[in-house]
Design a protein around this ligand. Sequence first.
Ligand code: FNR
Length: 187
Amino acid sequence: MTVKIMGFAASLRQNSQNGKLFDVAADLLDAMEGVEVDRRSFAEFEMPLYNQDLQEGGFPEGTERMKAAVEAADALILVTPEYNYSIPGNLKNALDWLSRYRPGPLRDKPLLLMSASPSMIGGNRGLWQTRIPLEAMGAVVSPQMFGLSMAHQAFEDDGSLKNAELHEQLDGLLAEFVEFARALTRR
Ligand code: FNR
């Protein structure tokens, strides 16, 4: 059966390194049999700062869109920058909004976390921080995470990864994640 994987890069800027990494990952997944990729952009999920007064008037459109996209997917891929060793505020805000739905849309969703950073450790500190709210919301975050270091030098002009070995490693990690998601969702 087909595994539907929804994902996006949690950066709003045009030339985002995380956006490029997401594109490479989505292309690799698209090439796999039995996998369908729903590519989204973080911009379509823009939402105000969380405020319970706003929530009581109804969830914002961006939040509703994100909830619907999450619910329609069997599994998720999130490619996020590291900001100040942690999760970017706009992503945390989006997750805080999502966490107010009952039942929680992230509950039991297999999720792969990745990060691209110009640093030598590839957003690794932020990945660990980002796991916390996701796990609090019941997502089944894969123990495998992918951090792309030196991301400002990692891509060719056509968006592909310069390092062929790394490309292979990413392909293998994504294939493992698909199996992880299949086992959890029985697809
Ligand atoms: C950063 N950046 C950064 N990088 C890193 O490896 N560790 C960090 O703690 C931070 N902190 C940080 C805070 C803020 C507010 C900004 C704007 C940036 C650098 C960051 O990795 C770099 O700007 C990436 O290019 C951001 O990802 P996108 O937008 O290219 O996907």
